[in-house]
Design a protein around this ligand. Sequence first.
Ligand code: SAM
Length: 161
Amino acid sequence: MTTEQDIRPKERRVEIAPARDAQLRFIGTIRTPFPDRAACPRQGRQDGPDCRLVLDPVWHPALQGLEDYETLEVLYWLDRSRRDLVVQAPRHDDRVFGTFALRSPVRPNPIGTALVRLVRIEAGEVVVRGLDCIDGTPLLDIKPDRSAFTPKAPPKSTEGG
Ligand code: SAM
């Protein structure tokens, strides 16, 4: 059986240096209806199923004001990915691509991002639509969609316009 851990013909891996600790903190866990990779969509859709961002209680106050945004940017850690491929051969495609030309979960730092629709916030849980990750995927960050976000401070003097 082929798994994501296998390497396909034409794919290329490299020896990678041991990771230096970036001191990332997981802020919670993502609950989705997708038990494994095969069940996940390739990219989430905002008309997809409800998913829950379950934050550790210490971060509950950090949700204040988030309800003002219809669309959020979610960052997550695709924790079951290998991290050493530089060239990949996507399934059902004869061509090969450099890792940075893809949105594959296989990358040196397996950070996934999605623009999701906010459904509701209740008791430290943010219900959203538009995710594509396995149930239990670690949550890295939540931000308002940048196109809807007005900076809270005036432009810096170095900014034009
Ligand atoms: N939307 C994100 C992005 O563009 O950065 C991720 C896209 S990636 C193509 C989504 C795929 O990653 C899913 O279809 C599934 O195969 C895989 N995946 C989901 N959760 C994962 C996890 N926790 N670890 C590794 N792979 C995962």
